[in-house]
Ligand binder design. Structure first.
Ligand code: MF3
Ligand code: CO
Length: 261
């Protein structure tokens, strides 16, 4: 069942999202060579709790950490670890949810550690733009398939591929709700978008094959061919005025119109 949110509920999710976004801004300086993914996880958890929120990924279907920290060929759901120490050139995806007064938000952001290769930088730019290409389709009356179709067309046109196994989702009152939001597919297909839906778009874009495999820990997705994977995710509401991004970071594009690459 798809729940439609009231303006008051969306405002509460916007406050949760603003806290989440402020932590991603803080990570821009915190993520650097020599820091472990455990350090990143604790940094995020402390910031959430210091602001009076909680980290709803802890305990979610047996998951143990506040964040997913996925490095290089890891697509998603990487476990934070003291043994994973970032080095120059790494590409890390930090994905987490915030619960503030019962209102949820969810956003993943990628970080290049130090100086990245030209390939990493291009993957980063294309993946971020793919997020906004998808969000631009999220208008009242469009369908879920319009989002995935636009993302897939853009990404494949840039010579990269879109992960199929992991997708976006409705959010609130739990982390994962209907509808499913694939980042590939056919225009004009699927659920019609309505005012009051709150969903995520979170394209995972690979340099090589789109195919994923899951580690023996049962969680961590990684590229089948060892290629790099990048991801950006926003939580947003469908409104009569267009998509309202609830996890917007200061200084980041508000919409596709703000991109000039
Ligand atoms: N933030 C993740 C998402 O985008 C949630 C992962 S589920 C967890 O869907 F169990 F790892 F938390
Ligand atoms: Co999500």
């Amino acid at each position: 069942m798809i729940t439609l949110k009231s303006n008051r509920e969306i405002d509460a999710m916007d406050k949760s999202g603003a806290l989440l976004a402020s932590i991603h801004v803080a990570l821009r300086d915190f993520v650097k060579a020599g820091v472990s993914t455990h350090d990143i996880d604790k940094f995020v958890q402390n910031k959430i709790e210091a602001a009076g929120g909680s980290a709803p990924q802890i305990g979610y279907e047996g998951y143990k950490y506040a964040t997913c920290t996925s490095v290089n060929d890891e697509i998603c759901h990487g476990f934070p670890s003291k043994k994973v120490i970032l080095k120059n050139g790494d590409l890390i995806k930090v994905d987490f949810c915030v619960d503030l007064d019962g209102a949820l938000s969810d956003s993943c952001w990628s970080y290049i550690v130090g100086q990245g290769s030209d390939e990493v930088k291009r993957l980063y730019d294309v993946t971020k733009k793919a997020l906004y290409v998808g969000i631009a389709q999220a208008t009242v009356g469009n369908r879920i398939g319009d989002i995935g179709h636009a993302i897939q067309t853009y990404v494949e046109g840039e010579g990269f591929s879109v992960v199929r196994e992991f997708i976006g989702h409705g959010i609130g009152p739990t982390i994962h709700e209907a509808p499913s939001v694939p980042h590939y597919g056919e225009a004009g297909q699927g659920v019609r978008l309505r005012k009051g839906m709150v969903i995520t778009v979170e394209p995972m874009v690979n340099t090589g094959t789109w195919k994923a495999k899951v580690d023996s820990n049962g969680w961590t997705g990684r590229t089948e061919d060892g290629g790099l994977s990048c991801q950006f995710e926003h939580t947003f509401a469908i409104t009569d005025e267009g998509p309202r991004i609830l996890t917007l970071q200061p200084g980041e594009p508000k919409s596709l119109a703000d991109f000039n690459y």
